[in-house]
Design a protein around this ligand. Structure first.
Ligand code: 5GP
Length: 193
């Protein structure tokens, strides 16, 4: 997606060989015009697959899931939580996720009533690195016999394994921008197909 690629090129940067910072537009400060254009881009890609809901994991995925869900005709945006709190009382499914950014294992959980059995699910997330977060979300869907109709990602790091694995598994994956490398802090963006 041209607008996202341009914003990343102008405002994003790399740390070391594998961490991408786009806090100016997606992860700390949100460029809302860009956000809703991203929602439309995902909606265009996945509308024909008739998702019933959009699923993400807190926190950074939430705004993007909302934008996609709105563009898909105001379907619900549902987010998995990273820790159990006293206000979560319902019956839940859970999955373990190794966090690339925090280097720790989290449990993500969702109350079953928000992910109804048999629903058609579009997964949305901000980054795709090794695919752990998406794998965890897919596990929640599997436990609820919900069908993952597609996966929409804002920024795929093409030098990590997640994207290749999901495509090889035959999943419909749409990454709006792909970063092929980080060279001296500069992000090398893949040309659009
Ligand atoms: P994965 O689970 O695919 O290994 O990593 C994706 C998750 O880790 C995303 O939910 C995202 O929050 C975080 N993440 C992975 N790589 C990066 C990165 O380079 N920058 C940022 N800001 N988050 C990342």
């Amino acid at each position: 997606m041209k607008q996202l690629r341009e914003a990343i090129a102008a405002q994003g940067y790399g740390i070391g060989s594998d961490v991408v910072k786009v806090d100016m537009l997606l992860n700390h400060r949100i460029d809302t015009k860009l956000l809703f254009l991203m929602g439309e881009a995902w909606a265009e890609e996945f509308r024909a697959d008739r998702p019933d809901l959009v699923l993400t994991v807190e926190a950074s995925g939430i705004a993007m899931a909302v934008a996609a869900a709105h563009a898909l005709g105001d379907i619900p945006a549902v987010f998995a939580k990273k820790s159990a709190t006293v206000v979560q009382t319902g019956d839940a499914v859970q999955a373990k996720v190794y966090s690339f950014t925090h280097k720790t294992e989290n449990v993500i959980r969702i109350e079953k009533r928000y992910l109804p059995r048999g629903s058609r699910v579009l997964i949305i997330d901000d980054f795709l690195a090794n695919g752990e977060a998406v794998r965890g979300l897919m596990s929640l869907c599997e436990q609820q016999e919900a069908e993952v109709i597609g996966i929409g990602i804002a920024v795929e790091k093409g030098f990590q394994e997640g994207g290749r694995r999901l495509r090889e598994a035959g999943l419909h994956l749409k990454s709006l921008a792909i970063i092929d490398a980080i060279e001296d802090g500069k992000l090398i963006l893949r040309e659009e197909d």
